[in-house]
Design a protein around this ligand. Structure first.
Ligand code: C2E
Ligand code: CA
Ligand code: CA
Ligand code: CA
Length: 278
C-alpha cells in the first residue's frame, strides 16, 4: 500500500509539473501576443427593456491566436491571473477601450459608458491614479468608463479596494459588482462598498421565471439594489420570458444574447450611429 501511495505521489508531482509547464507555455505565448498585437476587444450591448435603447457596452477580451482562431478569455485569463500577466494585459484592455471611446467621441457618436473587467490581482496592484492616468491619456471623461469587479476581488484586500474604488467613484468612474450573488459578500459590506451598479449573475437569470429559488433570488437582488440606490443589470438574458420577468420586477437593463452578442468594434459603432439617427 505504501509503495502504491508513493507511486501516486510521484504521478501527482508529474501532473503538477506538466500543468506548470503548460501554464508557462501559455504565459510565454500571451506575452508574445501582447507585443504582436494579437488581442482585441469585443463589445456587448447593454439594452433598456423600456424602449430597447442602447445604454452601454461591456468590453470582452479576445485573443486572435495564429493557428488557433479566436481564443475565449476563459482559456487564458485564469492563467494570466496566476502568473501576474493580467496586470499589463488589464492595463492594455483599459487603454484600448479608452482609445476606442476617444475615436467614437471624435466621430461625433453619442457615447455610452463602456465597462471593463478588472481582475482581482489587477485591482490589488493598481491605485486610482494608475487607472485615471490611462483615461487622461485619451482625454476620456470618467463618466464614460465603468469598472466591473467581483466580490472576491474586493474581499482579498478590502481596505485597498475601498480606497481605490472610492477615489474612482468620486472622480465619476462607475463601478459595478460583477457576478453578484455568487461571492461571499454580506449586506453590511455591500453598504460600505463604493459602487454604482449590481450585475445579477447569469446562473440566477437562467432559472427565471420557472425555478422558484432563482426567481426569488433575482427579485430580491433587484429590490435590494433599488433600496441601496444602485443600478442593476441582468446578465445572460437569452429568452423573452426572462426579459418579461425582469421587466415585471423593475429590472430594465439587460445584457445577453437576446438583445445582442459581443461584437467587434466596427459593429458596435453601427449601434452607436443608429442611436443618433433615431
Ligand atoms: P463576465 O464578466 O461574467 O462576462 C460575461 C460573459 O457572458 C461573456 O463571456 C459573455 O460573452 C457571456 N454572455 C453574455 N451574454 C450571454 C448569454 O446570453 N448567454 C451566455 N451563455 N453567455 C453570455 P466571455 O466573453 O467568454 O468572457 C468570460 C469571462 O472572462 C468574463 O465573464 C470575465 O470574467 C472574463 N473576461 C473577459 N474579458 C476580460 C477582460 O478584459 N479582463 C478580465 N480581467 N476578465 C475578462
Ligand atoms: Ca463582467
Ligand atoms: Ca458577469
Ligand atoms: Ca460570469
Amino acid at each position: 500500500a505504501k509503495k502504491q501511495g508513493g507511486r501516486r505521489v510521484a504521478f501527482f508531482r508529474q501532473e503538477l509539473g506538466e500543468q506548470a509547464r503548460h501554464h508557462l507555455a501559455i504565459d510565454r505565448a500571451l506575452r508574445r501576443a501582447l507585443v504582436g498585437r494579437q488581442f482585441l476587444v469585443h463589445y456587448q450591448p447593454k439594452i433598456s427593456l423600456i424602449d430597447f435603447s442602447l445604454e452601454g457596452f461591456e468590453a470582452l477580451l479576445r485573443w486572435e491566436r495564429p493557428d488557433h482562431g479566436l481564443v475565449p478569455p476563459g482559456e487564458f485569463i485564469p492563467v494570466a491571473e496566476e502568473t501576474g500577466f493580467i496586470v499589463p494585459l488589464g492595463d492594455w484592455v483599459l487603454d484600448e477601450v479608452c482609445r476606442q471611446q476617444r475615436e467614437w467621441i471624435d466621430r461625433g457618436l453619442a457615447s455610452v459608458p463602456v465597462a471593463v473587467n478588472i481582475s482581482p490581482r489587477h485591482l490589488r496592484q493598481r491605485s486610482a491614479d494608475d487607472f485615471l492616468r490611462i483615461l487622461d491619456r485619451h482625454g476620456v471623461p470618467p463618466e464614460l468608463i465603468e469598472l466591473e469587479i467581483t466580490e472576491g476581488a474586493v474581499m482579498q484586500d478590502l481596505d485597498h479596494a475601498l480606497q481605490v474604488l472610492g477615489d474612482l467613484k468620486a472622480m465619476g468612474v462607475r463601478v459595478a459588482v460583477d457576478d453578484f450573488g455568487t461571492g461571499h459578500s454580506s449586506l453590511s459590506y455591500l453598504k460600505r462598498l463604493p459602487v454604482t451598479t449590481l450585475k445579477i449573475d447569469r446562473s440566477f437569470v437562467q432559472g427565471v421565471p420557472h425555478t422558484r429559488e432563482d426567481a426569488g433570488i433575482v427579485s430580491t437582488i433587484i429590490a435590494m439594489a433599488d433600496m441601496l440606490g444602485l443600478a442593476v443589470v441582468a446578465e445572460g438574458v437569452e429568452r423573452p420570458e426572462q426579459a418579461a420577468f425582469l421587466r415585471h420586477h423593475n429590472c430594465t437593463l439587460v445584457q445577453g444574447w437576446l438583445t445582442g452578442r459581443p461584437q467587434p468594434a466596427s459593429a458596435a459603432m453601427e449601434l452607436l450611429a443608429d442611436r443618433i439617427r433615431e
